[in-house]
Design a protein around this ligand. Structure first.
Ligand SMILES: *[C@@H]1O[C@H](CO)[C@@H](O)[C@H](O)[C@H]1NC(C)=O
Ligand SMILES: *[C@@H]1O[C@H](CO)[C@@H](O)[C@H](O)[C@H]1NC(C)=O
Ligand SMILES: *[C@@H]1O[C@H](CO)[C@@H](O)[C@H](O)[C@H]1NC(C)=O
Ligand SMILES: [Ca+2]
Length: 823
């Protein structure tokens, strides 16, 4: 712009204003945007119309009344000076004074008029008007624009209307400069990606004794992304006999798909009597088979050139009936198969109100939303608009429409933003400003048709990377789908492609490789962590999605878990091995003689899960054992009791276990059986607890022993002979994932001191070990390990004259079951 003294004054005034007042004054470009003072006529001009002030305002007292319009372009305008290439936000409010005749609604739009220094003139829309009627009162008309990157002679914004017979009011007009993105916007976006797309994963890890820590590592591998990335696919390629390479790429690269054309009404029903579901049905089936989610595109498309031609001669009633048939037909046919439906494509951006206009029903699309939702309540319904992040002209009208649907409680679930970006370096600020506006509605924003043109393949990679990075960082964006990413064998708009070629010629290009790297590697989590102690809590931050987490021992998976990581993160219990770490604690030797006892506690940090005893002379002269309590030390004890006639000591053997998770045990009071032969007493565990070890005692050696009954969650003690009853006690434990089974050995031999062994299955640990013999005469039991295995060993305490009357070893074998455990 040529420099003159008048401009200098303006600049100086602005500088003073910046210092004197708030920023806002410096940013406001419009003079008298509120029409509150008479002086407005010096700045506003009504070309092809007349303007007056009236006291029916959006803000303050006055608004501008625009009438006697001679043409559609006729409206009030204001010239202003804009900074080259700067970005501006426009806001205004409009109220209709009369409706456009023969139309179900009216639009008033805000435009800009530019005359370049070489005399060239341009007219561009800044903001699409929302659909208005006089009943709506004041409505916002807004938009944003970037000023030309060259000198201009004249720059004005103006309001243009519908039919000249429509008069309207304008008020609260404002234009503000929006500061550019900082140079570090990409770093900031990456930080936001960390905040918005990643979550904390805590691995509570226990590596069992059976694995050496040095040989153990944890592999954290993200299998799928919670954030949907997808793309448009072509029905003929999804179904094409020779297109396996295309399908393989789609399969690997995109989790979401939308079919370019085959579901559109015009395509499915080219002639009124040629309704054809075959192609879309087959394509949808194939995509579902590939595990893809599908956006249905679209129920109707109200942009005139995309309306089935045969509808155009029909009466309003006939069109209504056809719409009803289409909605019910296509929505029912694909019910359960589609995740989204674009309902009425480009209704705002493309002025796609053909169906409203041709049925005379202003609320037709609203009814369509209701009808679709009634047929398929699970499918999410969307608008799908262009010129949102690519130019911003649709955005304000879009927000208006979304708010209207929200206020009416209509089943609108998401905002579809196409994103066919203009050629050249992407305007991230434009994307940001428009997304921020949409975000105010609180509805999920989906980028549905992103494509970016750049002839140079490196530029194309850069542009896609920048835009995807920004979109992925924006908290309102809940899905990103690409549109023209493949040339379909017919290179049109080939400058957006990430892949090209048909059949065996299908090939991903350099830009495509970069995008694949970004989505599948950079934005996926894969880590290997080495635990450095048996118990550890390992924290990492990972992208949200489904994970496989493996504990590898010498490269072999010994534990595998599938975990979904959402916004709230995940805590994963990784217990490799049985999860239980148990030892036997032996008491000293008791005295000899009736009623001599000896006890043993567990060490600190251990919990008693089992208790047994033995006579050290391997005789049956002992009275058994029980769980007890040392009231002076306040510790759980295992107590062995010697019997009358004993000539040797007894020893108590406690089974003491540790767990990475909370192991809790209780010990129900002793219960006495009846005095008869083989009479049993059951000692039930409290609800939720299972027996890990059982004991038996009788005060005159007359007992058969004890064993856990897992199905009843109780311990069973059994009496022998008629010299009084037997007493049973039990350890009843709970821990998350605790599972126990009872293992009982064969009988021992019949000689005094004969032993019999039993061990647990791999992955289980002995928590309790006892002796049982329905013929009595037991010398005790204990747990011992050798050769890397642990055994429950029972001792025969009486010489048997009859065969097959030896004792049995009873082991309680427990583990902490990891869901999805591999071993
Ligand atoms: C494990 O590795 C550390 C460090 O290399 C070493 O000091 C330690 O002795 C190793 N332990 C075993 C059991 O191999
Ligand atoms: C909605 O359903 C009603 C009842 O079946 C029908 O009369 C109407 O035409 C439908 N409207 C649209 C737009 O689908
Ligand atoms: C209780 O513990 C104390 C201290 O170890 C010990 O002297 C005592 O014998 C124990 N009593 C029982 C009943 O185990
Ligand atoms: Ca006003």
């Amino acid at each position: 712009m040529p420099f003159n003294t008048e401009n200098m004054t303006v600049v100086r005034t602005l500088v003073v204003l910046v210092f004197m007042h708030a920023y806002i004054f410096a940013e406001e470009l419009i003079q008298h945007g509120g029409f509150e003072e008479e002086g407005y006529t010096a700045f506003w001009e009504c070309r092809g119309c007349s303007m007056t002030r009236v006291q029916d305002s959006h803000g303050g007292t006055y608004a501008l009344k625009v009438e006697n319009r001679v043409a559609e372009y006729a409206g009030p305008r204001q010239a202003l000076s804009v900074t080259k290439n700067a970005f501006y936000e426009v806001e205004s409010y409009v109220k209709l004074l009369n409706d456009e005749e023969g139309s179900v609604h009216t639009r008033v739009e805000v435009w800009r008029n530019i005359i370049f220094t070489d005399g060239t003139k341009r007219w561009h829309k800044i903001g699409n008007g929302p659909y208005l009627t006089t009943a709506d009162g004041w409505k916002k008309v807004g938009g944003s624009f970037r000023a030309p990157d060259q000198d201009v002679e004249y720059f004005a914004i103006y309001f243009r209307g519908p039919d000249p017979a429509v008069s309207f009011l304008v008020d609260s007009v404002s234009i503000k400069l929006i500061p550019e993105m900082s140079d570090t916007w990409k770093d900031e976006a990456e930080e936001k990606i960390q905040q918005n797309r990643m979550a904390d994963i805590i691995l509570d890890t226990f590596i069992g004794d059976e694995y050496h820590l040095n040989d153990t590592e944890i592999q954290v591998q993200q299998e799928s992304s919670e954030f949907p990335f997808g793309a448009m696919v072509k029905a003929d390629l999804i179904l094409g006999e020779n297109e396996q390479k295309y399908r393989d790429f789609v399969s690997e690269m995109w989790d979401w798909t939308t079919i370019s054309n085959a579901m559109k009404w015009r395509m499915m029903q080219w002639h009124k009597d040629s309704l054809d579901y075959e192609t879309p049905t087959q394509t949808v089936a194939e995509l579902l088979k590939m595990g893809k989610k599908i956006r249905g595109h679209n129920v109707v498309w109200g942009v005139e050139k995309n309306v089935p031609y045969w509808l155009k001669d029909m009466s309003a009633e006939e069109v209504k009936a056809e719409v009803d048939t289409r909605v019910k037909g296509v929505v029912s046919a694909f019910k359960g198969s589609l995740s989204h439906w674009d309902v009425n494509n480009e209704i705002i951006a493309g002025h796609g109100d053909w169906f409203e206009q041709n049925t005379g029903d202003r609320f037709l699309t609203e009814t369509m939303f209701q009808n679709i939702s009634a047929i398929d309540p699970d499918v999410k319904l969307f608008f799908n608009e262009f010129n949102v992040i690519s130019s911003g002209t649709t955005t304000d009208a879009y927000v208006d429409m979304v708010e209207l649907y929200k206020s009416k409680g209509l089943p609108l679930h998401g905002i579809g933003v196409q994103g066919h970006l203009k050629p050249g370096p992407p305007d991230i600020l434009k994307i940001k400003e428009n997304l921020d506006k949409l975000a105010t509605t609180g509805l999920p924003v989906w980028i549905t048709e992103l494509d970016i043109e750049a002839a140079d393949i490196n530029d194309r990679g850069d542009y896609y990377e920048d835009v995807l990075t920004y979109l992925f960082s924006h908290p309102a964006v809940e899905g990103i789908m690409l549109w023209v990413w493949h040339d379909n064998g017919r290179p049109w708009r080939e400058d957006t492609n990430l892949a090209a070629g048909l059949g065996d010629d299908f090939q991903v290009n350099e830009a495509g490789n970069r995008i694949q790297q970004l989505i599948k590697k950079t934005w996926r989590t894969k880590e290997v962590i080495k635990p450095t102690s048996q118990f550890s809590s390992l924290a990492l931050r990972g992208f949200m999605g489904d994970y496989t987490i493996k504990v590898l021992h010498n490269g072999v998976a010994v534990l595998e878990k599938k975990v979904s990581v959402g916004k709230e993160g995940a805590t994963v219990n990784l217990q490799a091995g049985s999860g239980l770490s148990c030892v036997s604690r032996w008491s000293a030797k008791s005295g000899i003689g009736n009623g001599e006892t000896i006890t043993v506690p567990c060490a600190d940090g251990e919990i008693m899960t089992g208790c047994s005893s033995r006579a050290i002379d391997k005789s049956e002269y002992r009275d058994g054992e029980r769980f007890g309590w040392n009231s002076s030390t306040k510790k759980r004890i295992c107590k062995a009791i010697n019997s009358a006639g004993s000539t040797a000591s007894v020893q108590a053997i406690a089974r003491c276990c540790k767990l990475p998770v909370d192991l809790q045990c209780s010990y129900p009071p002793a219960q006495a059986s009846g005095t008869g032969e083989n009479e049993q007493i059951s000692i039930p565990c409290p609800t939720g607890k299972i027996p890990t070890g059982c004991t038996c005692l009788a005060y005159n050696m007359a007992f058969d022993g004890s064993f856990p009954d897992m199905s009843a969650s109780s311990c069973v003690a059994q009496n022998d002979g008629i010299r009084g009853g037997s007493y049973g006690t039990g350890a009843c434990c709970q821990a998350s994932g605790l599972e126990c089974v009872t293992k009982i050995s064969e009988r021992s031999g019949g000689n005094l001191g004969d032993k019999i062994f039993i061990s647990c299955e791999a992955g289980y640990t002995i928590t309790g070990c006892n002796v049982y013999n329905d013929f009595g005469g037991t010398a005790g039991a204990y747990t011992a390990s050798w050769g890397g295995s642990e055994y429950c060993i029972a001792l025969n305490g009486r010489r048997r004259t009859m065969s097959n009357q030896g004792v049995k070893a009873v082991a309680t074998c427990c583990r902490i079951a990891n869901t999805d455990a591999k071993n």
